[in-house]
Design a protein around this ligand. Structure first.
Ligand SMILES: Cc1ncc(COP(=O)(O)O)c(C=O)c1O
Length: 358
């Protein structure tokens, strides 16, 4: 896991009550730091008391009503997941598919918006963890211009590793997680709504499910005095507060630069060992590298041996359609040359044992 030691230490602090004013100060500081990391000074930002999946669901249940049209860029497992959750909200889902290892071309998304107008929401996974591909979001935002369609973005793997600029890019809803490049434990999902997204929620015909209602959550997280909504996972808030403090202490450009350097060098070293990367060269994420499993190698056996012999967890293909691959995350405190070197030498020792990994 990627948890920073001082984040774990913060979780040992005395457990304040969830309505304690000192805890409220900590919540407000957490939100202020999240705003900086997300690059937004408008709308609403808060950490949801659940994981990235719930962040996805929160955005969809707040912004969609039955019959709304949604265009989803689906070039991997998590794009597919957004389409499934949107369908459960009763939306009419138009999936625009991309090949594994590529992003869906923006022009195809713009064409789909024209063809199915009016489209309530366009959903894109910024960093597709199942393929190691980054969607060109800044370009998409420039191409969208002044569209009425809301831009919904999965930033689960991108936040803290590569630039995410909500206001500059006109993102209407973003969600992330705490356990990847922010360097915390799993358990919370930072979400951000633009002002116009909040206005759309207010004009809904039907109320939002209680636990996900952004208005009610803001009454607890932002309004003072706070109104009880749920009992906050206090220790996770301490953890997120400390993780964000570390991110800002390092500085966002420095952190993006560190992830970029470590990822680039790691990917070059993997290729120099004769292994192929899945992601197309101009779309490669630095912090998640998908490596094609060579023919005649038992990919799962290599994963098991990396874990048992080297204590390194690497992922495999996600979902039934995924090509055979290994997925290596170098995120947060693991985005360091030493961690990359450990993975490379572990792989060399396991693969060196025989082309089939045995
Ligand atoms: C791109 C993406 N979206 C959503 C999720 C779901 O997040 P969580 O597992 O924290 O619920 C993940 C998890 O890895 C992810 O990589």
């Amino acid at each position: 896991m990627n948890v920073e030691p001082s984040v774990l230490e913060a979780m040992q602090s005395p457990v304040l009550g969830h309505l304690d004013p000192d805890f409220h100060d900590l919540m407000s500081e957490t939100i202020e730091m999240l705003r900086v990391v997300y690059g937004t000074s408008e709308g609403a930002v808060l950490p949801l008391q659940a994981t990235g999946m719930s962040g996805m669901e929160m955005g969809l249940v707040n912004l969609l009503e039955p019959g709304d049209v949604v265009v989803v860029a689906n070039a991997g497992f998590f794009g597919g997941r957004i389409a499934q959750v949107a369908a459960r909200c009763g939306a009419e889902v138009i999936e625009v598919k991309g090949a594994w290892g590529e992003s869906v071309p923006n022009q195809l998304l713009l064409d789909a918006l024209d063809r199915h107008s009016p489209v309530r929401l366009l959903a894109v996974v910024h960093a597709e963890t199942s393929t190691g591909v980054e969607h060109p979001l800044a370009e998409l935002s420039a191409q969208l211009g002044q569209s009425d369609t809301l831009l919904f973005v999965d930033c689960v793997t991108s936040l803290g590793a590569v630039p995410v600029r909500i206001d500059d890019w006109g993102i209407d809803f973003a969600y992330s997680c705490t356990q990847k490049s922010l360097g915390g434990p799993p358990g919370m999902s930072p979400v951000a709504f633009s002002q116009r997204a909040l206005e759309r929620v207010q004009s809904r015909a039907r109320p939002v499910p209680f636990s996900f209602d952004v208005g009610l959550l803001l009454d607890y997280w932002v309004k003072r005095p706070a109104t009880y909504h749920h009992t906050a996972p206090i220790l996770h808030v301490y953890a997120l507060h400390e993780a964000l403090r570390l991110v800002l202490e390092e500085g966002l450009p420095e952190r993006w630069g560190r992830h970029a350097r470590v990822g680039r060098d790691f990917q070059a070293a993997v290729r120099s060992r004769g292994l192929e990367l899945l992601a197309t060269p101009d779309r490669r994420l630095p912090n998640l590298t998908a490596i094609r499993v060579p023919e005649d190698v038992d990919g799962r056996l290599v994963q098991r041996r990396m874990l048992s012999e080297h204590s390194i967890e690497i992922g495999g293909g996600l979902g039934p359609d995924a090509p055979e691959m290994w997925r290596v995350g170098l995120m947060g405190q693991n985005a360091r040359p030493e961690a990359a070197e450990r993975v490379l030498s572990g792989l060399a020792s396991v693969l060196g044992a025989g082309a089939d990994g045995r």
